[in-house]
Write a protein that binds this ligand. Sequence first.
Ligand code: ATP
Ligand code: MG
Length: 319
Amino acid sequence: MSVAIGIDLGTTNTVIAAVQNGRAVTLPDENGDKLLPSLVSFHPSGSVLVGAPAVERRLVDAENTIFSVKRLIGRNWSSQEVQQARTRFPFDLVEGAKESVLVRARGETYALPEISAFVLRRAKALAERALNDEVTHAVITVPANFNDLQRASTKVAGKLAGLEILRILNEPTAAALAYGQLMGKSERIAIYDLGGGTFDITVLDLSGAVFEVLATGGDSALGGDDIDSLIADRMADAFIRAHRFDARTNRESMGRLRIYAERLKCVLSHETIATVTLEGVAEGTGGRPLSLDFTMDREELRRSPGRCSGAPSRWRAPR
Ligand SMILES: Nc1ncnc2c1ncn2[C@@H]1O[C@H](COP(=O)(O)OP(=O)(O)OP(=O)(O)O)[C@@H](O)[C@H]1O
Ligand SMILES: [Mg+2]
């Protein structure tokens, strides 16, 4: 028998679900983990690491460890998102045919759907292990504001991973379906989603089995990644003050600061103040490693003026 799975292919994390006994359940990996980090790392040995093993490579091999592909998939080379990513990401982006975007790692170039396909292939294998069955079909969710090219590119990634894509579903619609299934109510609801790449809101009318998307809007440059970048900027300022080294001049250094920034941000979700030691960012005279203890409290994080892209935009009518 072959089965279908649902895949939330996130900017930061991917989650896999299947319907068992009439209910959708999320599937764990062999360690019981239900979040598959959407990271792909090209190891010097030639192997391709996906998920948690790739996260570990971010600190030691940033230029060959690819993340946040969802921010760029289906976008033109000249778009603002791609040009901004070129300055922010520690790995190389190069222009492909017809203004497409390629990733360069270990001397090879990859189209963005090829990178996402590595994550989806891992998702398929993980599901097959959890379900003890062959998985051939999938539904993949995407942000409500994804355009046709972004949706088509996501579908290509699924096909490359050996999956027949039954449907590309809007993320808030998927959330509403789960809510409707669980609650069985008729009402108007708002769905907020603060993810790695995007903060968005969608208003839906739920009525029994029928749901209608009334409006959707948001900011695709206001996710957890963007909060990390703001904190990393503060860390870079502190590094200049302490050591007169500007981490912004080195993509690897900024990449490391962003990893430290995410750790600090997560600690501030349960502590009111947190300190992280910034190591491996730069070397001083004679190759002496420079480090710095950086402290931030939750109030500062709350008050920080963001560089978000302005007023929330009203997105195109969702399908
Ligand atoms: N404890 C925590 N405190 C603060 N932020 C956290 C915490 N745990 C995770 N995050 C942040 O949540 C973000 C990832 O959220 P999520 O997994 O929903 O994103 P995603 O689905 O991959 O992204 P998107 O939906 O935008 O494509 C990351 O930026 C991560 O740093
Ligand atoms: Mg998400």
